[in-house]
Design a protein around this ligand. Structure first.
Ligand code: SF4
Ligand code: FES
Length: 202
């Protein structure tokens, strides 16, 4: 699909606007609705679509439209920043040493390390469409990545943030996010694990 969009832009209408960078499913910049489903254009093969019909390409939903297929991603990244998506450790490792982690502990959050921040999940969520204040699946996925990291000391802070009225409890478990994720992340499961951690007090 990305090649088709390039062909249109370069040979038919140079004003067509869309984001893309890597063209290999890594940068996350070309999420869009293709035939009504959120996908990455660069990972969507035309041969897998029904080409007996026109292919409909639209901007992802729930974020302010800027032009053609480009939306304003700032509300999405504002929620991402709010969950503190970085390692916060109260201690420093010994000089020259790494923060050691067992294979078992690393496995607990392996799935959520794969996020490329494409927003396909958040912009497929009906709650996010109607309530732009909801943190959305991607922010929760990225909180999950650190909440369950044994080297991190700020899990409780993130759980407090996500226990907010615009946090995890807005999720209605519709699974749109899991279906939309081009990385195959079990997004709904990650949200459920964060909910359980809040109820357990982590
Ligand atoms: S969880 Fe998946 S769909 Fe959501 S932003 Fe990350 S990579 Fe994209
Ligand atoms: S262009 Fe980078 S993920 Fe598609």
């Amino acid at each position: 699909m990305l090649d088709a969009l390039h062909k249109i832009k370069w040979e038919v209408d140079g004003s067509l606007s869309f984001r893309r960078s890597c063209a290999h499913g890594i940068c996350g910049s070309d999420a869009m609705r293709i035939n009504g489903r959120n996908r990455l254009a660069c990972k969507t093969l035309i041969k897998d679509l029904d080409i007996s019909q026109p292919i409909y390409v639209e901007a992802i939903k729930g974020l302010p439209l800027e032009k053609d297929l480009i939306v304003d991603m700032e509300p999405f990244f504002a929620s991402y920043r709010e969950v503190k998506p970085f390692l916060i450790s109260a201690t420093e490792p010994e000089p020259g040493k790494e923060r050691v982690q067992s294979i078992v502990n690393r496995e607990i959050f392996d799935d959520t390390t794969k996020c490329i921040l494409c927003a396909a999940c958040t912009s497929s969520c009906p709650v996010f469409w109607t309530d732009g204040q909801y943190f959305g699946p991607a922010a929760i996925v990225n909180a999950h990545r650190f909440i369950f990291d044994s080297r991190d000391d700020a899990g409780d802070v993130r759980l407090d943030i996500l226990n907010d009225k615009e946090g995890v409890w807005r999720c209605r478990t519709t699974f749109n996010c899991t279906d939309a994720c081009p990385r195959g992340i079990q997004v709904t499961q990650a949200i459920a694990e964060v909910k359980q951690a809040i109820l357990r007090g982590k």
